[in-house]
Design a protein around this ligand. Structure first.
Ligand SMILES: [Zn+2]
Length: 285
């Protein structure tokens, strides 16, 4: 039998970390723990995750109806998203929804989280799908997320919104959030350096085999030899800048050919675009 007060306390501790790390501003975000087959404890609406107290945690049934009617706090309006995840994945016992800034930047730009780059992210997050934007608190939000959840999914991005991480434990779900935002922060810093190295197909196969040996099977191991890893990386890779000197019709001394630049034929323009694309791709190798 779980100690329910301990769970409430742990939800407050995790809330404090979420707020302190800047994953949620103001009253944003929510998290929950499944305490029985038809009961879920969730954070209340309108309270900063940094100032939660155990008595404020609310209890709902699997339809989202608040059970603890004596509680002055009302359950979060986004609990419907959590409940749909619990229904889709019986192994999930905790859900954390946040707006981590570095990861959410990708959701704002509608750029999928790239894969095949960072071993830590590959092992602990795996493939992170991106759901289309839907209005927060609408049941369509949960539907769009659940549609993307496979047996090995533990994190989903929500377009123009944020992230949702889930796990058999609350701490585990919180760690996913930390790893997600750290990974996205590293990606954005790497972008500033102008180039990025992606793991080779064989390196990814080896990594996913190690992951499987850790007891975390990843469905991509089956399709990796066919090249499924990195299939959605292009929108991120395309954000890398090219050196201005190599991205225009330049003379060897770096000065732009004025005449070419002002009256470029369509053929020349197409050739230039192709040249730029080749240079970008060469720079990414
Ligand atoms: Zn939200």
């Amino acid at each position: 039998m779980q100690n329910l007060f301990q769970i409430r306390k742990e939800m407050c501790d995790v809330g404090y970390r979420i707020w302190h790390r800047g994953y949620c501003a103001g009253n944003e975000g929510n998290h929950s723990v499944r305490i029985a087959e038809d009961r879920v404890m969730c954070t209340p609406t309108g309270v900063s995750k940094g100032f939660l107290t155990p008595d404020q945690i609310t209890v709902v049934d699997m339809d989202g109806k608040q059970i603890d009617t004596q509680n002055k706090m009302k359950r979060t309006s986004e609990v419907l998203l959590h409940l749909q995840i619990y229904k889709a994945r019986p192994d999930v016992k905790a859900v954390v929804h946040s707006h981590p800034p570095h990861a959410t930047a990708f959701a704002m730009a509608n750029i999928p989280i790239p894969e095949g780059i960072h071993p830590e992210a590959e092992v602990f997050l795996g493939k992170v799908p991106m759901a289309k934007y839907t209005t927060p608190s609408y049941k369509e939000l949960g539907e769009s997320v659940v549609a993307l959840i496979k047996a090995d999914t533990n994190t989903v991005m929500m377009g123009n919104h944020g992230s949702v991480c889930f796990d058999p434990t609350l701490i585990g779900a919180y760690y996913k959030l930390e790893i997600l935002d750290a990974y996205c922060r590293i990606l954005l810093l790497t972008r500033q350096l102008g180039k990025i190295n992606t793991l080779s197909q064989q390196e990814m196969i080896d990594l996913l085999k190690v992951k499987e040996r850790f007891g975390m099977p990843d469905r991509r191991l089956a399709c990796a030899p066919g090249g499924c890893i990195g299939a959605d990386n292009q929108p991120f890779l395309a954000t890398f800048d090219t050196h201005p000197k190599s991205a225009c019709a330049c003379r060897s001394d770096g000065l732009v050919e004025a005449a070419e630049a002002s009256a470029m034929s369509e053929d020349a323009l197409e050739a230039m675009v192709q040249q730029m694309t080749d240079q970008i791709m060469a720079g990414l190798k």
